[in-house]
Design a protein around this ligand. Structure first.
Ligand code: F6R
Length: 608
């Protein structure tokens, strides 16, 4: 993961580096650092453990001033999140920041130790600094040195560097980790994403794998690994300059939970016309392609994977299409059989998740009818790889725990189910889904009004060590999502289970201290879920039921029932995930954890 930002300018770059880096903090916040080439051509490095705000304070005290610099915010992979492992890493005349993983770091370290280089960190990245120094001395040419370094590296990397031999130049290389070059006035930038460039430059160049670049305030030269100068396309950013702030909310997570209402309303407004779903919303000729589809392989990670699981329930419910939903880190390494007429669908909020990108790259070589991505970020690695793209337009999701991106993916997947249902022998499915979707905004409003009740319930979870979430059918992936949200931001161990699986093992965990949350929309599975919850009650488990079914509880029954608004079968996962997000949020409030930036995590998982 990690974020890299760099600036070369005619002006001093300290504040620009801090500003850019703050916007990349979602990529990791274990440590932060920067290196600047000062007026007397010295590399000044400032590093700290923790967040960019700590770096900002240190920078004020230090004498680091200059017109060319690189900055880094870290999500620890190799080596603990301590000062010596913070980037940038220095080696005599060079300083570098790295995002990615160097797979042959141990082998390179042996080579460099023989050349008498001294290692001061536990990171894989430090080998890059020493290698660059080695080849700078050897070639005395920035481009040749960068090419030589990248020829030695195996793995993924985005590298930003400075060298005191070329004071006004950023040294850059990229392979498998994203890096953009922003073109400004009298200054140029490097950045891990577009967002950090938003108030600085509208024009950008996207580096492709195995490319290197040297950048001054007036020039950008990009080369292939064979040393050929490349003519790169300069693109205009389509990203709107949305000011990202918490507004009146205390946390981005709660703001984003509430934004789900507008996201649903806008998706309905923008994709549904007077005669139903607009044609080809998944890209040119996508309707025709979807109607010919016999199989779908959904691939994603984390919350996006949970969305894929729900799509599998929806689509197989109403069509003959065979769907699989698979975790990208599994898909990318296994042998996959691809029957004729199979569509590959990647789902990702960021479009930068390494395992999903690699899976999509693999899919490109496996004879799928097409590669469709459902993604929230327009200029992302995933959308660039895809034949067809559906943008979820959820707006920037800042909280590490994904909420609004999930709902926007579910709406997209319901739209997909609508198109696919046209091949179904079942009557009026598309109309039924449409009707349910149109009813969703008012149901969501009623669901949000449960916030107060959920806030009270959350207090009961504060001191718990474990929690189980149970659901059947499309509520099972919501149980998984509920558990993911709770563990992610409260650090309480939580598991989502298909309710029917309880007696096959997890029932052994149930005692008077274990909260068990049942997600139970009133549908054909309600009696089965009730039986499973009865098994929990019989063992003194603390049962919480979220349901729109009227339940008759005896006076002695301690079960807490939260009455949900009634909703249609297809939209119920979208409705039932809301109280689960709020529950996790309020338990985290009780536990006083860092809600938007939970420990050990980062928003965009760009390493495998
Ligand atoms: C959980 C969460 C993660 C992401 C996962 C995939 O709240 O945010 O599990 O869902 O890392 O990320 P994307 O969707 O960006 O590929």
């Amino acid at each position: 993961m990690c974020g890299i930002f760099g600036v070369v300018s005619s002006q001093q770059v300290q504040s620009s580096l801090i500003d850019g880096l703050s916007k990349l903090e979602y990529r990791g916040y274990d440590s932060a650092g920067l290196s600047i080439l000062t007026a007397n051509n010295k590399i000044k490095r400032v590093r700290c453990v923790g967040k960019v705000k700590n770096l900002k304070s240190l920078l004020v005290k230090s004498k680091s001033r200059g017109v060319c610099g690189i900055a880094h915010t870290r999500w620890a992979t190799h080596g603990e999140p301590i000062l010596k492992n913070s980037h940038p890493h220095n080696s005599k005349c060079v300083s570098i920041a790295h995002n990615g993983i160097i797979e042959n770091a141990d082998e390179l370290k042996k080579f460099l130790l023989k050349k008498k280089y001294k290692f001061t960190s536990d990171t894989d990245s430090e080998v890059i600094a020493h290698l660059l120094n080695y080849f700078v001395v050897y070639h005395n040419d920035a481009t040749k040195a960068l090419i030589a370094v990248t020829k030695k590296l195996q793995g993924s990397y985005a590298i930003g560097g400075i060298c005191d031999k070329w004071p006004g130049t950023l040294l850059v290389a990229c392979n498998g980790s994203p890096l953009l070059i922003g073109i400004g006035n009298d200054e140029n930038y490097i950045s891990s994403d577009m967002h950090a460039l938003s108030n600085k430059s509208e024009k950008f160049i996207l580096l492709s794998d195995m490319e290197i670049a040297t950048i001054t305030k007036d020039t950008v030269d990009v080369f292939s690994q064979s040393g050929k100068k490349l003519k790169k396309t300069i693109s205009n950013s389509t990203k709107s300059n949305i000011e990202i702030s918490k507004g009146t909310y205390k946390h981005f997570m709660r703001k984003e939970i509430y934004e789900q209402y507008d996201i649903v309303v806008n998706a309905i407004k923008n994709k549904i016309g007077a005669y139903g779903l607009l044609p080809n919303i998944f890209g040119p000729n996508s309707d025709k392609l979807l109607l010919k589809t016999k199989h779908i392989h959904f691939v994603a990670c984390g919350t996006s994977y949970n969305a894929a699981l729900i799509a599998k329930y929806w689509i197989e419910d109403v069509t003959d299409i065979v769907c699989t939903a698979e975790i990208a880190s599994e898909y990318r390494y296994r042998t996959v059989n691809v029957p004729k007429g199979t569509l590959f669908v990647a789902i990702s909020q960021s479009g930068e998740t390494a395992d999903t990108i690699y899976s999509a790259k693999k899919a490109k070589t496996r004879g799928y009818s097409s590669l469709l991505s459902i993604c929230n970020v327009p200029e992302s690695s995933l959308t660039r790889l895809s034949d067809l793209v559906y943008l979820t337009h959820a707006g920037p999701e800042i909280s590490v725990a994904s909420t609004k991106a999930f709902t926007s993916q579910l709406v997209a997947l319901l739209f997909m189910t609508m198109v696919l249902s046209r091949t179904s022998s079942l009557k009026n499915i598309e109309k039924t889904i449409l009707k349910q979707l149109k009813s969703l905004p008012s149901i969501l409003k009623r669901t949000f009004s449960l916030e107060k009740i959920i806030k009270t319930i959350a207090k009961n979870f504060k001191n718990k060590k474990h929690t189980l979430f149970l659901g059947r059918g499309a509520s099972y992936p919501i149980a998984l999502e509920a558990a993911l949200k709770l563990k992610e931001i409260t650090y309480i161990h939580a598991e989502g289970y298909a309710a029917g699986e309880l007696k096959h093992g997890p029932l052994a965990l149930v005692d008077k201290n274990l909260p068990v949350v049942g997600l139970m929309p009133d549908n054909n599975l309600v009696n089965q879920v009730l039986s499973n919850l009865a098994e929990v009650k019989a063992r003194q488990g603390l049962v919480y039921i979220f349901t729109n079914k009227k339940l008759k509880n005896s006076k002695t029954d301690k079960t807490k029932v939260v009455s949900m608004p009634s909703c249609g079968h297809f939209v119920s996962p979208i409705v039932y995930v809301i109280p689960m997000q709020l529950l996790a949020y309020y338990v985290a409030i009780e536990k006083k954890t860092n809600i938007d930036q939970p420990r050990n995590l980062a928003k965009s998982v760009t390493v495998e």
